[in-house]
Ligand binder design. Structure first.
Ligand SMILES: NC(=O)c1ccc[n+]([C@@H]2O[C@H](COP(=O)([O-])OP(=O)(O)OC[C@H]3O[C@@H](n4cnc5c(N)ncnc54)[C@H](O)[C@@H]3O)[C@@H](O)[C@H]2O)c1
Length: 596
């Protein structure tokens, strides 16, 4: 029989603690909520009230249940109030000495059978436990932010945590409606170990002006379907907390440079820019604690101003290539009202592309998303050619031929001879340096990358890559074109992986390394990222969809360009590729798909 928890204590009512109080009280458990001072207690009370009021306003909680919830919470200053609770969860700032002091006090105050739990994200639960005389009753219960919403709880057992304590806490998590994964005491556990390298990398991109905060966040939301971008997430976590987590992970987790906090973070913390809780972090909020972002001096002006930036008028577009991407891109431009000239290497190929575009447009008609007249008009805007000479008077060329530098360079050299002055020349490469292609022409200022995602008619994101030679006018033109296509264009520098792949694949690679180290299972890791961070797919699900060979190739390029030891491809990924386990396309990758 699992132990009954009728009263729990929560220490620290900040970002996490206030949410944890709500989780318990919502599930009928009495809570003693403790803070260090009256003002801090009042802040915690306001946070709890704000959150439950929002739940009532959204119809997710009845007003009577809210009132009952509040009656279950007893607020107090000082740890002495916790003398008779069954379980304590500590959620004070991420400092080992502070947590150890609190655990020593709790050990003295609480009944001998009380379980003492920490919500630490990165500190050693073992080191915290030895500050007490009952390390076997100390455990990590790691909730995710916001605690009332996120389903995952990581239960962290140390080498001395008693098995019945683990079982009791697991049963408690189920009672709270949470899904738990139980793991050993390692820096960052599952989710943060995979998340924080990515978050820090995104901050580094921002710090180096590689892309704006809005573009970095939009790229990850729209390119990967994440619930929020990395910088908005840093603001939610709290930059002081994020700094401490990174710093601890760096020291505990093998001094991986990717966890060394980007210098900007420390500066922001020192300047009091802590994220949502202080009203200002990477973004500016309506007021401290508010989730509502308000414009500030860094907020970009509306897209209409692109013309003011020197964007050129585009009416006629050439698309070169006959593959999946070219086909999708032709459709996107034609649907948006552009006159399109498709150029392939022969009329047979043109006929095929034409068929593919028709089939796709017809699907839109069948699904009721496109009127027949609009389909016909779109098709009427496309002309089919097998010679580049027809691109002499287009305003924009989008190249989507095979991913080979020599082929692309030769093509751009030809375009340079054929096209009129002022045309913007774009490559859809996903892995080659755009500057190499640009330098094959005599007009590198007019060359940009336009990285569409597959399938182009569906995916809302386009990465606009500006090289060190690209003119502001060409960049503005590319961005304005994306907007006219109904896509979000994000502008970034010319580095391997641009924004999305550079941030995504190292995370996937880290997940493989974690599996390889036998820290957890593929199922638990997938669960942790979906339920703890709201990702649409876990890393192993995604790797099997993308293809292990494709993932390995991207990861290798990132490693070769940046020489970052942490980016070295996971040996397990290499072995699976060598063995021909490439994911869904071969019916076996990290999982066996043969029966599905
Ligand atoms: N922020 C996140 O997204 C997140 C997610 C999961 C876990 N965590 C972990 O949760 C813990 C708390 O983080 P947070 O982001 O909520 O921090 P926070 O800074 O928002 O809140 C900490 C609270 O602890 C209070 N406090 C400080 N000393 C205290 C004491 N001696 N007694 C009682 N209260 C005291 C502070 O007044 C403050 O209200 C950390 O260990 C952190 O790593 C954070």
């Amino acid at each position: 029989m699992a132990r009954e928890f009728s009263t729990v204590g929560v220490v620290g009512l900040g970002t996490m603690g206030a949410g944890i109080v709500e989780v318990f009280a919502r599930n009928g458990i009495d809570v003693v909520a403790v803070e260090i001072s009256e003002p801090a207690l009042e802040r915690g009370r306001v946070t709890l009230t704000g959150s439950t009021d929002r739940a009532v306003a959204k119809g997710k909680l009845a007003a009577a249940d809210r009132d009952a919830l509040h009656e279950r919470v007893h607020f107090a200053v000082g740890l002495e109030a916790l003398h008779s609770v069954d379980l304590v969860i500590e959620a004070v700032p991420e400092h080992l000495d502070l947590k150890q002091r609190i655990f020593a006090e709790l050990d003295r105050i609480c009944r001998p059978e009380t379980i003492l739990a920490t919500n630490t994200s990165s500190l050693s639960v073992t080191e915290i436990s030895v500050a007490t005389s009952r390390p076997n009753q100390v455990i990590g219960i790691h909730f995710f932010n916001p605690a009332p919403v996120m389903k995952l709880v990581e239960v962290v057992r140390t080498v001395v945590t008693a098995p019945e304590v683990v079982a009791d806490v697991e049963a408690l998590c189920s009672r709270l409606g949470k899904v738990d994964v139980t793991i050993n005491d390692r820096a960052g556990f599952i989710a943060n170990a995979l998340l924080f390298g990515y978050l820090n990398h995104a901050v580094g991109m921002f710090e180096s002006h590689y892309a704006t905060r809005e573009d970095i966040d939009a790229a990850m939301k729209l390119g990967c379907g994440l619930p929020m971008g990395p910088l908005a997430l840093m603001d939610l976590i709290g930059l002081d907390t994020a700094y401490e987590i990174l710093d601890t992970m760096y020291r505990r987790g093998g001094r991986d440079r990717r966890h060394a906090p980007v210098p900007l973070l420390k500066q922001m913390v020192t300047a009091g820019l802590l994220g949502r809780k202080s009203g200002r972090g990477f973004y500016t909020y309506e007021r401290p604690g508010s989730p509502v972002v308000v414009p500030d001096e860094a907020t970009p002006l509306a897209t209409e101003s692109a013309l003011a930036d020197g964007a050129r008028a585009i009416t006629k577009v050439g698309v070169v290539g006959s593959g999946t991407m070219a086909t999708g891109i032709i459709e996107v431009f034609a649907k948006a009202g552009y006159e399109v000239i498709s150029v392939t290497r022969g009329m047979e190929k043109s006929a095929k592309v034409c068929e593919a575009v028709k089939t796709s447009l017809n699907k839109g008609v069948v699904r009721g998303k496109l009127a027949e007249a609009d389909r016909d008009a779109a098709l009427g805007r496309i002309s089919w050619s097998a010679t580049l000479d027809h691109l002499a008077d287009v305003d924009l060329v989008v190249e989507a031929v095979v991913e080979e530098l020599s082929v692309k360079k030769a093509l751009f050299a030809s375009l340079d001879e054929i096209c009129k002055p002022g045309v913007v020349l774009a490559t859809t490469t996903s892995s080659l340096p755009v500057i190499d292609v640009a330098m094959a022409t005599h007009r590198p200022a007019d060359v940009v990358g336009l990285h569409f995602f597959n399938p182009a008619p569906v995916m809302p994101l386009v990465e606009v890559i500006r090289t060190i030679r690209t003119s502001p006018e060409a960049t503005a033109t590319a961005r304005a074109v994306c907007a006219a296509l109904g896509k979000t264009g994000v502008v970034c520098g010319d580095r391997s992986g641009f924004i999305v792949n550079a941030l995504l694949f190292p995370y996937l690679n880290d997940a493989v390394k974690m599996l390889e180290a036998s820290y957890s299972t593929a199922d638990d890791i997938d669960h942790a990222m979906k339920l703890g961070c709201g990702y649409p797919m876990g890393p192993f699900e995604l790797l099997d969809v993308v293809g292990l060979d494709v993932s390995l190739a991207i990861q290798r390029e990132l490693y070769l360009e940046l020489r970052e030891p942490g980016f070295a491809p996971a040996p397990l990924l290499e072995h699976l590729v060598t063995a021909g386990y490439l994911g869904r396309k071969t019916r076996r990758g990290f999982r066996d798909h043969s029966h599905r």
